[in-house]
Design a protein around this ligand. Structure first.
Ligand SMILES: Nc1nc2c(ncn2[C@@H]2O[C@H](COP(=O)(O)OP(=O)(O)OP(=O)(O)O)[C@@H](O)[C@H]2O)c(=O)[nH]1
Ligand SMILES: [Mg+2]
Length: 297
């Protein structure tokens, strides 16, 4: 008999939710960056072993939104909790429970949603901080399990997976056993470009960018891709392009390397930069740039 479970991965921005999803899958399906608010959509990761299929849903980090895109991101995260069998709350060892975490815990309580607490980045903190964090959280909520781990180096991820087994129930699988994500390759390619924008550019500029794949042609052993990068101001466009095109060239090279790895073929990548003033505050524009409300409801 096949077994399955749907499990949401939630938490504040930058705690390592997407890194954890990739680590569970052993493949990169979600982009990661040092900057908060990297993930903008719910991302499905499927992990199938023997008769068990876990469907993990990575979500945007919860925060106080300042734009319509931010509203969309928060809704993508909170609406995910409505359709799952359990949740993984990812935190760092901060020794106290923050407002964002408390609001998630309240949601677990009101929905009677089983939850596991993951204390991530244990490679970067001492065990006293971890113990104090566990103590603080255990006063707030009775989690099914508390798992300190490092999503980055993979230590402890197997323990988390075995804890997740208790949420499995007999039922048909939603995905074939060899699939790791339901995201189309085009979308992953656009996300890879956005990841490089986050890596190469400073502060607010990458947060105001969106990437749309305009053309995708496969010919023999080469895939030609034309992508448009939208930004919010003409000055941002200048910065993204850089002196003599140096910055956009660097972004293109990094992105092409990763897309080639994903597709296992040669890639020509053409990047264009366009300005759409304040697109993050327009429902029409955010929907057109890939953030449709229907996708998260
Ligand atoms: N030292 C250390 N760093 C980690 C670990 N896991 C993630 N990180 C780093 O934390 C940063 C944020 O990681 P993400 O996976 O993008 O975090 P996220 O929670 O998905 O962030 P949002 O999508 O913005 O909500 C990146 O620089 C990661 O490399 C870990 O186990 N140890
Ligand atoms: Mg993320």
């Amino acid at each position: 008999m096949k077994k399955t479970a749907f499990i949401a991965i939630v938490g504040r921005p930058n705690v390592g939710k997407s890194t954890l999803l990739n680590s569970i899958l052993g493949e990169k399906v979600a982009i990661v960056s040092k900057k908060p608010q990297t993930t903008r959509n719910r991302i499905t990761g499927v992990h199938t072993v023997e008769d068990k299929q876990f469907v993990f849903l990575d979500t945007p980090g919860l925060h106080k939104p300042r734009t319509k895109l931010g509203d969309y991101m928060v809704k993508a995260a909170t609406s995910t909790l409505g359709g799952v069998d359990a949740a993984i709350l990812v935190v760092e060892a901060r020794e106290e429970v923050g407002d964002i975490e408390r609001s998630l815990i309240n949601r677990f309580k009101s929905d009677k949603l089983p939850a596991i607490l993951v204390i991530n980045k244990v490679d970067a903190v001492n065990s006293v901080n971890i113990a104090k964090t566990i103590d603080a959280y255990s006063k707030e909520h009775e989690f099914d399990a508390v798992v300190p781990l490092s999503a980055k180096n993979g230590k402890g991820v197997d323990i988390l997976l075995s804890e997740c087994e208790k949420y499995l129930y007999d039922g048909e699988w939603l995905f074939p056993s060899d699939i790791v994500t339901d995201q189309p390759e085009r979308l992953v390619a656009a996300e890879i470009i956005r990841e490089k924008l986050l890596r190469v550019l400073d502060e607010e500029i990458p947060h105001g960018t969106a990437v749309v794949i305009e053309e995708w042609t496969e010919k023999r052993d080469v895939v030609s891709i034309r992508a448009e990068i939208y930004c919010e101001r003409p000055t941002h466009k200048g910065i993204i392009i850089g002196k003599g095109g140096a910055t956009i060239k660097k972004i293109g090279t990094y992105a092409r390397e990763d897309i080639e790895k994903m597709l296992d073929t040669r890639v020509f990548l053409d990047l264009y930069v366009r300005v759409k003033e304040n697109w993050r505050d327009s429902d029409f524009n955010i929907a057109n740039l890939g953030y449709k409300k229907d996708d998260i409801e």
